[in-house]
Design a protein around this ligand. Structure first.
Ligand SMILES: C[S@@+](CC[C@H](N)C(=O)[O-])C[C@H]1O[C@@H](n2cnc3c(N)ncnc32)[C@H](O)[C@@H]1O
Length: 208
């Protein structure tokens, strides 16, 4: 059984790794709320709902964007995503360090999702079966959001999917952007137990 980076019980005598991770997440969020996009890591229920969107029968890598403290990363591994098929991106330096510490077996990159195709090309990833994203699109400037979503749509090719959660009521990829990127989307799940409640969306290429 993998050790959960967030939810494992705290040690009695000193601050445990999970509580340190949460502490660093909260500090990062307070320092740059518009960059982190939330004040608490996702719940295990939300992380599991995200991982459920991945179909490992499709060929290619699973790419996680905005890993934070690694709660979704952990759920992906629990859902049997092989370590060698998982690539994790986190832009924040301290959170990146934390993820590397929790998951030494994984390819964890400190990078901006806006450069996703270049980053994947550099490490030789040519096929992606799923992009699993916790990126905070609700707080991003529109041009940045659109550019990142275009990158996500590009790397999944014709057969991959995008899994994205949002705290908002609407699709985090807006209808006009979905149309421009030839994507269709559906709401997979509402996770009421998350704080705040979150919707998980699944996008795939419109078939001709
Ligand atoms: C709402 S938090 C989610 C963290 C974690 N996946 C979870 O569910 O608890 C969003 C994360 O995305 C990262 N992030 C934001 N913009 C990014 C970008 N352009 N490229 C890569 N990571 C980014 C933030 O640093 C933060 O860790």
């Amino acid at each position: 059984m993998l050790k959960d980076p967030i939810e494992a019980p705290a040690a009695k005598t000193s601050r445990s790794k999970p509580s340190r991770s949460r502490h660093h997440f909260v500090i990062a969020a307070l320092r740059s709320p518009m960059k982190i996009g939330g004040f608490l890591p996702s719940s295990r229920g939300l992380a599991r709902a995200m991982a459920a969107g991945v179909d490992l029968k499709r060929p290619g890598h699973v790419v996680e964007l905005g890993a934070g403290t690694g709660v979704v990363t952990h759920a992906l591994l629990q859902a049997h995503v092989p370590a060698e098929r998982l690539v994790v991106l986190e832009r924040d330096e301290r959170l990146h360090e934390i993820i590397c510490g929790h998951f030494p077996q994984l390819n964890v990159l400190q990078a901006d999702a806006i450069e996703l195709d270049t980053v994947l090309e550099k490490i030789g990833v040519t096929k992606v079966c799923a992009v699993v994203s916790s990126l905070p699109f609700l707080v991003m400037p529109e041009p940045v959001r659109n550019a990142i979503q275009a990158q996500m749509a590009k790397v999944i090719g014709d057969n991959g999917v995008i899994v994205q959660f949002t705290y908002g009521p609407k699709s985090p990829i807006l209808p006009a952007q979905m149309k421009a990127l030839h994507l269709e989307g559906k709401r997979m799940k509402l996770v009421i137990g998350n704080v705040p409640p979150a919707h998980v969306w699944l996008y795939s290429r419109i078939k001709a």
